[in-house]
Design a protein around this ligand. Structure first.
Ligand code: PLP
Length: 359
């Protein structure tokens, strides 16, 4: 068996030690006589998995007590509709910042529920930056301000937490959660699919401030009602039990790495190396303004797109996979989440230099 370096944007590479532990525990978990996949979600063994999952996430992110942590289904995409349903609370408007393909989708779904106030957009500049906060339009009558902290496709990341001028701040952190410390108390709600920095797909994390929930209209399906799920420990229906377990293993791996502050330093170093290699080359180009370049998803285009196919196949021959950019933007993209080892980034940089020399 030979594992490749997998630069997929999600589902994405997982720590090898996590996969090995899952393999070891596949048939029987901690003396329970059964696989996690076979356990009742209401049984005593799964209760331990669920408790450890929540408490490990709370400690890694220093989540204050007045926040609920929910483990839902439907992906981050479901949240695009569930956030207005749960948070509008009688209001008719919500503010959105558009910085790439994912915030665009969030806006489009929210428009089915309310008037979207476009606080800022970089669409006209091909999503190459975050618009200057001084130009933002924040409507104080809006229910919340939504932004996407890391745009997975365009490779644009907010360097700081935006100032929402008192509105509850809502963030899609699908592709950078747990990659850097964040002050949770500045947010009304954070959501993320797990398939990038937290485990396999199938779980959506919602971290929401207590006072914002409990106001969803009666038409909201109960499994998508934050207050109902909070009351039922996210077990109003059968949860994705095995995926919860795997996310739990990834969180324990992250703790063993020294936690979020320690992984941030590694992420800064990995991204800096890769951007430096791109900037120094005559063949590769990253289109994002420097202060907003993502540490997680590094898109780059080749000066001659006629070389794209050759690049991909030569990379695969070196064990470097999933480098093709998203179909909507073309070019290449290297996703270098927490679990991508330094050696993977170094192998990619060495390959890119060699490809440039030989082409
Ligand atoms: C930033 C961001 N938001 C939302 C999504 C959608 O997530 P899901 O496929 O889990 O619905 C993705 C998926 O890649 C994403 O990167």
């Amino acid at each position: 068996m030979s594992r490749v370096y997998n630069f997929s944007a999600g589902p994405s590479t997982l720590p090898e030690s996590v996969l090995l532990q899952a393999q070891q525990e596949l048939l029987e978990w901690r003396g329970s006589g059964m696989s996690v996949m076979e356990m009742s979600h209401r049984g005593k063994h799964f209760a331990i998995i669920a408790e450890e999952l929540e408490s490990d996430l709370r400690s890694l992110l220093a989540i204050p007590d007045n926040y609920k942590v929910l483990f839902l289904q439907g992906g981050a995409s479901a949240q695009f509709s569930l956030i207005p349903q749960n948070l509008l609370n009688g209001k008719t408007k919500a503010c959105y910042i558009k910085t790439g393909a994912w915030s665009e989708k969030a806006v489009s779904d929210a428009q089915n529920y309310c008037e979207v106030v476009l606080t800022a957009s970089s669409e006209a500049e091909h999503y190459s930056h975050v618009p200057e906060p001084a130009t933002w339009l924040i409507d104080s009558d809006a229910a919340y301000l939504h932004y996407t902290s890391n745009e997975t496709i365009h490779g644009v990341e907010f360097p700081d937490i935006p100032d929402s001028k008192g509105l509850p701040l809502v963030s899609d952190m699908s592709s950078n959660i747990l990659s850097r410390p964040v002050d949770i108390s500045q947010f009304g709600l954070i959501y993320a699919g797990t398939q990038k920095n937290m485990g396999p797909s199938g779980v959506t994390i919602v971290i929401v401030r207590d006072d914002l929930i409990g106001h969803a209209p009666k038409t909201t399906p109960s499994v998508f009602n934050y207050a109902e799920q909070a009351k039922n420990q996210s077990m109003l229906n059968t949860p994705a039990t095995y995926n919860w377990y795997l996310v739990g293993l990834v969180l324990k791996w992250l703790q063993a790495q020294g936690g979020v502050a320690a992984i941030e330093q590694r992420n800064i170093a990995k991204a800096a190396k890769l951007y430096q290699a791109i900037d120094q080359s005559a063949l590769y180009h990253n289109p994002v303004a420097i202060p907003y370049r993502s540490r997680m998803n590094v898109p780059f285009i080749l000066a001659d797109d006629g070389l794209d196919k050759a690049f991909i196949s030569a990379a695969e021959a070196q064990g470097l996979y999933e480098l093709k950019g998203h179909r909507s933007v073309g070019g290449m993209r290297a996703s270098i989440y927490n679990a991508m080892p330094d050696a993977g980034v170094e192998a990619l940089i060495a390959f890119m230099a060699e490809f440039e020399r030989s082409h």
